[in-house]
Design a binder for this molecule. Structure first.
Ligand code: SF4
Length: 387
């Protein structure tokens, strides 16, 4: 193989106290999740992947435990997963090991135990500091509980914290959004993710919106929120390293950045997916069975829970890597891209992209291709116009 990217591990914890109506993640309400069975299945699956030729002998550069709500999980389970990752794959000394937490489940003792288990980055799903917005989103926590969760995390020793926020909610004014953003900045987290609400198909929100449309922001209003977010965060010392992600110096989320760099990853758990590079510049990708109980059963009976597997040719993989990479503020490194796919990144879509270059929404140098400040908010539109 010409290239072996840093290897990452994603662990999916699919359980939630309540399914938020906008959520299209693979999350399931369960009163009493079968933690022990799920833990055993995760570790059995990890062992199986770690022993395959494409992942064998490759130490993990990052681990991300996401969900669902991982902060519902017993700390002993989080420790067992990290120990298994160390045992079966090996973990780099300075690996980023992230976990997601819902403020409605924050517990000081658990947070301390997660930290002791090896979690060194916590991502807290705050979404908003406005009580009405939190109710509309169907979050299980208040703004005060979000602040409390942040403080508990700090006291537990977390020195790398992300806060997730959401803007573009129905009826939300620019000032209303900036109030939440400023409260988040005042807490001084190392990282902020600010996503615009999108109505995903097959969610309860999509059904409700179809029956009785919500007053979502128009394009102009959404753009003003996007640019004001960037401006406020830049003033507060955060670097925008991806369309929706901002960090203090050197503290970008290495795991997510690895996805945008098209790195290989093992995914374990219900609905998780993984990907590896093939010898011929193509890739293989798999997705697991989504229902937790069926996932556990499949691991017990067959040793794996793969539901689907896709292979992409080198040309398709290069195209996908191009569009994912364009999300990064620094864009695509043409030398690295050429080394990996044996094709110049610009030549791939030069015909289709010329008009975006002419309108200064795409910039090209000998070394990089990247979206400009005005191109970034329409990244999806540009991709859709080409694909
Ligand atoms: S807490 Fe997160 S994962 Fe769970 S339903 Fe809400 S948005 Fe989805």
């Amino acid at each position: 193989m010409k290239h072996a990217s840093p290897l990452q591990l994603y662990v999916h914890i699919p359980f939630c106290v309540h399914k938020c109506h906008y959520c299209d993640f693979n999350s399931h309400e369960r009163c009493e999740p079968a933690w022990s069975d799920y833990q055993q299945a995760l570790i059995a699956e990890l062992k199986q992947w770690a022993n395959t030729p494409m992942f064998m002998g490759r130490k993990l550069h990052t681990i991300f435990i996401g969900g669902g709500t991982p902060s519902l999980a017993p700390p002993s389970m989080i420790k067992a997963i990290i120990d298994a990752a160390s045992h079966y794959c090996g973990i780099h000394k300075h690996a980023e090991i992230s976990m997601e937490a819902n403020p409605g489940t924050a517990d000081a003792e658990n947070f301390r135990a997660y930290r002791e288990a090896g979690i060194n980055r916590l991502s807290i799903g705050v979404q908003s500091f406005d009580a009405t917005e939190l109710r509309w989103l169907e979050r299980i926590h208040s703004a005060d509980e979000a602040i409390q969760a942040y403080n508990i995390a700090r006291q537990a020793g977390f020195d790398n914290i992300n806060l997730d926020l959401m803007y573009g909610l129905p009826g939300q004014s620019l000032n209303g959004w900036l109030k939440s953003l400023k409260r988040a900045i005042a807490l001084k987290p190392e990282h902020l993710s600010c996503y615009q609400l999108t109505i995903e198909p097959h969610t309860k929100l999509a059904v409700r919106h179809a029956q009785n449309p919500y007053a979502l922001p128009n394009d102009e209003h959404a753009l003003s929120m996007f640019f004001e977010t960037r401006s406020q965060l830049s003033d507060a010392g955060y670097q925008a390293y991806e369309i929706s992600n901002f960090s203090k110096a050197q503290l970008k989320c290495q795991h997510n950045d690895g996805y945008w760099l098209y790195n290989d990853y093992i995914g374990i758990g219900a609905g998780a997916s993984g990907k590896w590079d093939q010898q011929d510049q193509g890739i293989t990708r798999y997705s697991n069975i989504r229902t937790p109980e069926r996932y556990i059963k499949s691991i017990i009976e067959h040793g794996n829970a793969v539901n689907s597997e896709d292979k992409l040719t080198g040309e398709h993989a290069a195209g996908e890597a191009f569009w994912i990479g364009l999300r990064r503020s620094s864009g695509i490194n043409r030398t690295t891209f050429k080394r990996r796919f044996d094709i110049d990144a610009w030549k791939l879509f030069s015909h289709e992209l010329q008009k975006w270059r002419n309108s200064d929404q795409l910039a090209i140098t000998d070394d990089f291709i990247c979206l400009t400040e005005t191109g970034l908010p329409i990244a999806d539109e540009i991709a859709a116009s080409v694909l």
